[in-house]
Ligand binder design. Structure first.
Ligand code: GLU
Length: 329
């Protein structure tokens, strides 16, 4: 009899743990030394903690960045991703990498996260001090699939140059600090939240390096042309070993949490709810989140907001902060 009871209990236990009930969701991020990767980790931790309530198990993948994540979310290979607001805008409107493929109307935003700064970092020996000095230099613009590749090209073009006027490299951001320290490149671009491990690594080696300001009349023109760029400052205190002595002026975008229209409303609702209900805890998970408020996490979005997220924002009276144009269904 005892054995029989044990068997019944065991099967009940097994049934309740059955993977049939579990919804697995994947989150695409970026390189492990960036901010997307720990951000994916922070979001997945919030939802996995409530496994008993939602049966959702989130996993995080290191990827090539924004463009990769957008495409993988649209094809259904990933459920969620983190992507730059400018790249989200371009995909939704069929621009840049999406010129051939056209508009991507299934793309949805969930919330925005930390600000990201276009960061140009150069070795002292390269003698790059301003954007005017980039000609003929060996510069990593970013891997195809990254968000920064288009930002780097925009800055190079605004400086009156083309990719042919420099010795362009297209490797992943994770490799760039090593190449800079080995003097195999003179500089690299990375669009990223601050502080981050990548720029710390680049500034902490034998070779002295400087973060180059991205400012001036030509950059002002770019800001007028492309409204998704905004002026931002990189606090010098984050990188005490860099040659800079004051905060660095540059331009930037926002990291956004994205998904597809085809992802289940209940899953998007649950993740949105857990991040917002645990907002104070979420903010402590990375120093780049220091500036976040619930309100600014609903600003800077450039694709329609997913229905599941809208449901939560409505419930807690945050809907008033969502741009009306982003409510499509
Ligand atoms: N902004 C970069 C990209 O979209 C990623 C930055 C990060 O991983 O923090 O590719």
């Amino acid at each position: 009899m005892k054995k029989f009871m044990l068997l019944i209990m065991l099967s009940i236990l097994l049934l309740s743990c059955s993977p049939k009930n579990t919804k697995f969701v994947s989150i695409g991020t970026g390189g492990v030394t960036g901010v997307y990767y720990p951000t994916g980790g922070a979001i997945s931790r919030m939802i996995n903690k409530k496994f008993d309530e939602y049966n959702i198990k989130a996993t995080v993948e290191s990827t090539g960045g924004s463009v990769f994540n957008i495409n993988a979310v649209l094809s259904g290979d990933l459920d969620f991703g983190i992507a730059q607001s400018d790249r989200q805008y371009q995909a939704y409107n069929g621009l840049a990498e999406w010129t051939q493929a056209g508009n991507q109307p299934d793309l949805r935003s969930v919330f925005s996260i930390h600000p990201e700064a276009i960061t140009l970092i150069a070795s002292e020996n390269s003698e790059i001090n301003t954007l005017e000095d980039l000609k003929n230099k060996r510069i990593n613009l970013g891997n195809p699939g990254s968000g920064q590749l288009q930002n780097s090209v925009d800055i190079i073009n605004s400086s009156g140059l083309t990719e042919n006027d420099i010795l362009a490299e297209y490797v992943k951001a994770i490799e760039a600090p090593g190449l800079l320290q080995d003097e195999r490149i003179d500089a690299f671009f990375y669009t990223v939240g601050h502080p981050n491990g990548n720029i710390k690594e680049a500034t902490s080696g034998r070779i002295k390096v400087r973060i180059i300001p991205i400012e001036g009349p030509r950059i002002d023109k770019l800001l007028e042309k492309d409204p998704y760029y905004a002026k931002v400052l990189i606090p010098v205190e984050f990188y005490p070993k860099a040659l800079n002595t004051e905060d660095i002026e540059t331009i930037g975008v926002k990291a956004t949490f994205i998904t597809s229209k085809n992802v289940d409303d209940n899953i998007v609702y649950a993740i949105t709810k857990e991040v917002f209900e645990n907002f104070d805890e979420f903010k402590t998970l990375h120093p780049a989140y220091k500036v976040l408020t619930k309100q600014n996490m609903l600003q800077g979005l450039t694709a329609p907001v997913h229905n599941g997220a809208l449901k939560y924002y409505e419930e807690v009276d945050l809907l008033k902060y969502v741009d009306k144009e982003l409510i499509v269904e």
